[in-house]
Design a protein around this ligand. Structure first.
Ligand code: HSE
Length: 308
């Protein structure tokens, strides 16, 4: 195989209570990439449409992730990468993770899959380091594995795939305001109280149990964040209103997607999710802030081949 065209899903990281450890892949929104073997050693971003992002390898998340893979490979050649960005950069739904995971997943396919998924997560994390200053795995893991994932440990890296309940849908709204991941990490406190810790890990455990047992009420009760959301939500105008309206419309829970500014809600069933998405939209219409919305099933496959 000399070239591959792939779909790289958007992802919601943190999922309220699981800062830097929980994430989930979406089905209805994602980037497309074409990756091609070339004889010259190196990674070459030859086309990048949809977003205004750097194309030089060292400043492109797909480029640095690809270089991390090449550094551990005995392959003598290189790769050309074309990226069709459909996920807006800085939206909070894993734009950088889609590109960095897509690059290493596609390269691994073209090389005959020499690297296991956990190594691909490590390579893709180098893209996250470039994008946000921190090599977090909570977007790249679900992009690569599909469904929900838990980063049980960073040292050593240990990714646990979590069940995706069949009737679970996500609503996502992206208000067109800029919140940089690096900035929204800087404002977080570096210490938490034991009281907040107890409440938070109770919810993480509850969410994981709810996802495995497909207990939608338990999922909803567990979508609570006592640590990050109270600080970051200040950066997102309309957050409290979107959350209140989503819950009123029947959402199980609602929170900040990744580092924001996107806001996500989970619902049981497509109809409720569509209603929630509509109510979210009305809030930003009232605020006269432009927005994008997505209503999506959970993507249980992760990155997939479109054509070879
Ligand atoms: N866990 C990361 C953060 C995700 O919240 O900063 C960034 O998309």
């Amino acid at each position: 195989m000399e070239s591959i065209k792939i779909f790289c899903p958007a992802t919601i990281a943190n999922i309220s209570c699981g800062f830097d450890v929980l994430g989930v892949a979406l089905e209805s929104v994602g980037d497309e990439m074409v990756i091609r073997k070339v004889p010259q050693k190196g990674i070459f971003i030859t086309k990048l449409v949809g977003q205004d992002l750097p194309m030089d390898t060292e400043n492109n998340v797909a480029g640095v992730a690809g270089l991390a893979l090449l550094a551990e490979s005995d392959y003598e050649g290189g790769f050309e990468i074309e990226i069709n960005k459909k996920i807006k950069a800085g939206s909070g739904i894993g734009s950088s993770a889609a590109s960095s995971s897509g690059a290493v997943w596609g390269m691994n396919q073209l090389l005959g899959e020499p690297f296991p998924a956990i190594k691909l997560v490590q390579f893709a994390m180098e893209g996250e380091r470039l994008a946000s200053g921190v090599a977090h795995a909570d977007n790249v893991a679900p992009a690569l594995f599909g469904g929900f994932t838990l980063v049980r440990s960073y040292e050593p890296l240990d990714i646990v795939p979590i069940n995706s309940p069949s009737e679970l849908y996500a609503s996502v709204i992206h208000p067109q305001i800029e919140v940089k991941t690096s900035d929204s990490r800087k404002i977080l406190k570096t210490n938490i109280t034991l009281k907040d810790g107890i409440r938070q890990w109770g919810n993480v455990g509850g969410l994981i149990a709810g996802l495995f047992t497909e207990d939608y009420d338990l999922i909803g009760r567990s979508l609570v964040d006592h640590i990050v959301e109270p600080i970051r939500s200040i950066l997102i105008p309309g957050f409290d209103e979107v959350k209140a309206k989503s819950l009123e419309a029947g959402a199980l829970g609602c929170g900040i997607s990744g580092s924001g500014p996107s806001i996500f809600a989970f619902s049981k069933g497509a109809l409720t999710a569509e209603k929630v998405t509509l109510e979210m939209s009305k809030v930003y219409q009232d605020f006269a802030i432009d927005y994008d919305v997505h209503t999506s099933k959970i993507n249980t496959q992760g990155i997939k081949t479109l054509t070879q």
